[in-house]
Design a protein around this ligand. Structure first.
Ligand code: ADP
Length: 372
């Protein structure tokens, strides 16, 4: 159990001109489940490996439980790391694999047995203790790797894409198991993934990264509902948020976003006031709406509470309960998530509404959300 604090952490690899991690600061509280998420190459693993002590920190401070550990060796940081490839010893049994780290630390046989049995119970490995890794499924191997970390009672668990070698079904199952494990162990977890669904479902807070920078640190719900910028808006959520470029124009005394000659997006009065105050009139802007907020209206009717689009269905993807409906709006490709019972078909002409209260607006230059 421990707080982990990163203060202006930077990483520059020898031979690279650019910083891989530019300025990473976060205060991770005891018992949090923090997920670092972002596209491949954005510096997630590098950050985790610096916390583990497997990479040098170029600049900044790393504190675990209030103690500066920049120069403390990995084995003395009281952390345990679980890797993507499990890293089990093939010639050892499950029991021996889990006991190995404790043996190296000269822990007594009795204590080792106690800890291995307890971890095996938590992970449902009790009947597999005598087996060798090759006799196990991918999910069972991953559980042994977790067990090896658990027996050490670390202050912090670090996990680097631990589920990416598993098939889709097992991944979903292990996701829930790791969440349960976090609850049981009551320890700080720091978890790296490129998969936004994993991040959203597991993290108490998520850190969304891009090109070595933090884009937003927030609860999954806040990152989804209030993305700080265009990148987060499009990275979090599947299918991703619909985005269209438009211009803020004045129409009969109120501000609207003009996407094309025949489409004006309505916005809330309080947002209109902010746009006026911040000088966005006649400026370009990005408008976004999540696919689930676009819904069908029976006939084309104008209202100040929503904009109406007339379009033709190009593609439908039946997902079971809901269907993703793809359509175009000028040059913009949009998608709506609708209830499958609506039975929307390809080539069908549809009329859809975009409620003003669900529109997100982003500055066209900084790509940051426009708020008070
Ligand atoms: P992620 O985990 O987000 O996929 P990484 O932290 O693994 O990203 O890598 C970030 C960037 O740092 C990548 O461009 C990668 O090529 C580079 N990188 C990673 N390890 C090294 C290294 N040992 N030496 C030089 N560059 C590296």
């Amino acid at each position: 159990m421990a707080d982990v604090v990163l203060k202006h952490i930077q990483k520059k690899y020898d031979g690279n001109d650019k910083l891989t991690v530019t300025d990473f600061s976060i205060n991770i509280k005891d018992k949090e489940f923090i997920v670092l998420v972002g596209p491949s190459g954005c510096g997630k693993s590098t950050t985790l490996r610096m916390i583990a002590g497997l990479e040098d920190i170029t600049d900044g401070e790393l504190l675990i439980d209030g103690k500066l550990v920049n120069n403390v060796s990995p084995k003395d940081r009281d952390i345990a790391m679980v890797f993507q490839d499990y890293a089990l010893y093939p010639h050892m049994t499950v029991y021996e694999n889990m006991a190995f780290g404790l043996k190296l630390r000269k822990t007594s046989k009795d204590i080792i047995e106690q800890k291995v049995k307890k971890a095996a119970k938590i992970l449902g490995l009790e009947s597999l203790l005598k087996k060798k890794p090759r006799q196990l499924s991918g999910g069972q191997r991953q559980r042994v790797a977790l067990g090896r970390a658990i027996v050490r009672d670390p202050k912090v668990f670090l996990m680097d894409e631990p589920l990416s070698n598993l098939d889709a079904k097992l991944r979903v199952q292990m996701r829930a198991e790791i969440t349960k494990l976090h609850k049981e162990l009551q320890t700080t977890f720091i978890y790296v993934t490129h998969d936004q669904t994993e991040a959203m479902t597991m993290g108490t807070r998520i850190v969304i990264m891009k090109d070595g920078d933090i884009m937003q640190v927030d609860t999954p719900q806040n990152a989804y509902e209030h993305p700080a910028n265009l990148f987060v808006a499009q990275f979090i959520g599947s299918p991703q948020m619909n985005i269209a470029k438009g211009k803020v124009v004045e129409e009969s005394g109120r501000l609207v976003i003009k996407i094309s000659d025949n489409l004006m997006i309505e916005i809330l009065p309080e947002i209109q006031a902010i746009l006026r105050e911040k000088g966005y009139l006649n400026k370009d802007i990005y408008a976004g709406i999540r696919p689930e907020y676009i819904s069908r209206v029976d006939e084309s009717q104008k209202a100040n509470e929503y904009a109406v689009i007339n379009s033709k269905v190009e593609v439908t993807e039946m997902m079971g309960f809901e269907t993703y409906v793809h359509f175009s709006l000028g040059d913009n490709k949009l998608v709506a998530r609708v209830n499958s019972v609506d039975g929307i078909k390809v080539d069908e002409k549809i009329c859809l509404k975009l409620p003003a209260e669900n529109i997100h607006l982003f500055d066209a230059e900084t790509e940051n959300v426009i708020t008070k």
